[in-house]
Unconditional design. Sequence first.
Length: 289
Amino acid sequence: MSLAERLRAAQDDTQSALDVALALFDGPVGDAMRYASAGGKRLRAFLVLETSALFDVPRARALRAAAAIEAVHAYSLIHDDLPCMDDDDMRRGRPTVHRRWDEATAVLAGDALQTCAFELLAGAETDPDPAIRAELVLTLAQAAGAAGMVRGQALDIAAETAAEPLDLHAITELQRLKTGRLLEWPCRAGAILGRADPAPLLAYARHLGLAFQIVDDLLDVEGDAAAMGKAAGKDAEAGKATFVSLLGVAEARARADALVTDAEGALLPFGDRAASLISVARYVVDRDR
């Protein structure tokens, strides 16, 4: 299968898993949960499925972890878009949840998606070994919580009113937490489900996560809002320090390319079996070209 076909399969299969998981929720909150979790590139789900496949994990088990990380990602986007956070009106080409419904419904839908993720991981269908399920729950909580993604978001908010703009080291740390931790966890999850050493996959994911954010910064400067499905140029309008504002377009792009080369190097132990992971890393940096 080509990368495009594998991505489409991951999108379709993950959506089916989410449809089953979210079918029990009714009312405006349930509707908002399904609305927020529909669509998207499903990169995080793809990483779960492809890293799990390296260790011959049954796809049905991997799909539960894939649905879990996409539920957490959807929750993070709902909350990130709120007026008290980034105050965005559009997401994935549609009105954000608080615009489509209201702020209270958006907060509750995000909360419910987050807890749904842990319910998925804790279920016996995810893995017959309760220790494996517990490790998945623990590591996702660490990646998404106050020492992970939430801390990154807090640093981002604090930077808006800081006396001095962030330097390159501070931005790298902020994005390692805000964006990188939810790209690392899918690769860790594949290794956990496969009873394997996660170190090579985590090295890959860290390089990929930073490259992903650099390209996001490039798209914020050069991207088309209609193609992106969200507003462009918001970082510059807010006066935020980004990889592009500190490095310039050419050096930022060169750094993203170098990070992808490093990500590919981390996968050498897996040989040709990691071809799809290499391809998706290249796809990430080609989004702005």
